[in-house]
Design a protein around this ligand. Structure first.
Ligand code: ZN
Length: 308
């Protein structure tokens, strides 16, 4: 691969490219954003890229997940992505894990930089805890509807939980929709931040972009005095929090507890008893959900798709 055009860019140069070429990047989630971020970072010429994703390709993904095509439906996303990326840049060492990132495999995040492309708050808190413990910088990304957010978390700076102190989340793309052009903007901003982190240039805090009115804002963030993670309490890494699943016998139903969902955000989906019903998922106001699914993993996946 030839990086001469990239080296010409102010702030990169030969030395910058050398630095980029020494980096191991771990990317979690090859959905809409992840498909583009993975290609951009691989083509940038890093040393090694690790791709982690728990899902298989579905027909509803193809409109915005730019590494997949119809022939890939039903195949693990991580595997398909790795094959695509190896062709995009054979110089980069690509490995993949078709796994749900959790306490058992969180060590897979070990590298120079982590890119969060997950659309899942619990996984982000786990990434935040692990990266805090290991002093690894990481970049959060999110896109839903016309709104895009990107935020770099550096060791010693404000962490993810300083900005999002609890996992209460609004609608994901399953509820508010998502376009390919929105995820592409998010991925470009995320990889721009990744370059800044790899080249030790300053990053700016939380970037927000609204595609409907082209409103670009940079929100200053600072450490919260009461942030549990910055205080060394790594609740997610130490298994003190997170949802738990129980199978309800014989009905193909799973019960998940401990979800933090703001029912008000789903007002138009509320059914009797103040519950929210979306597809195969019913969420109760106490944070309990009943999910119709064939396995615990599928139940978690269905829930995560709706509530993040
Ligand atoms: Zn913090």
């Amino acid at each position: 691969m030839d990086y001469s055009r990239q080296e010409l860019v102010s702030g990169i140069g030969r030395d910058g490219q050398k630095s980029i070429s020494s980096k191991k990047v771990v990317l979690v989630g090859v959905g809409g954003i992840g498909c583009v971020s993975a290609q951009l970072i691989a083509r940038a010429g890093i040393r090694e890229l690790v791709v982690i994703d728990r899902d298989v390709v579905e027909v509803s993904n193809l409109q915005r997940q730019l590494m997949f095509c119809e022939a890939d439906i039903g195949r693990p996303k991580a595997e398909v992505a790795a094959a695509f990326l190896r062709k995009s840049n054979p110089d980069v060492c690509i490995s993949y894990f078709s796994e749900d990132l959790d306490l058992d495999n969180v060590h897979l995040l070990n590298g120079d930089l982590v890119l969060d492309c997950t659309d899942n708050m619990e996984v982000r808190y786990l990434i935040n805890d692990y990266c805090m413990k290991k002093s690894i910088p990481w970049v959060y990304s999110a896109a839903a509807g016309n709104s895009v957010s990107v935020f770099s978390i550096r060791p010693g700076g404000p962490c993810f939980r300083c900005v999002f102190p609890d996992s209460r989340s609004g609608g994901t793309c399953e509820v508010v929709g998502i376009t390919a052009h929105a995820v592409t903007v998010a991925a470009s901003l995320q990889v721009c931040e990744a370059f800044k982190l790899m080249l030790k240039s300053p990053t700016v805090g939380m970037i927000r972009f609204d595609l409907s009115g082209y409103v670009f804002s940079m929100i200053q963030v600072s450490k919260r005095g009461d942030c549990r993670t910055c205080d060394g309490k790594l609740d997610y890494l130490e298994g003190r929090t997170g949802s738990t699943a129980i199978k309800l016998c014989g009905r193909g139903m799973y019960q998940l507890k401990g979800l933090k969902v703001d029912i008000d955000d789903f007002r138009n989906r509320v059914i009797r008893g103040g519950c929210v019903s979306i597809d195969d998922v019913i969420v109760f106001p106490d944070g309990r959900a009943l999910v119709r699914a064939a396995s615990e993993a599928e139940a978690r996946s269905k829930c995560a798709r709706i509530f993040g």
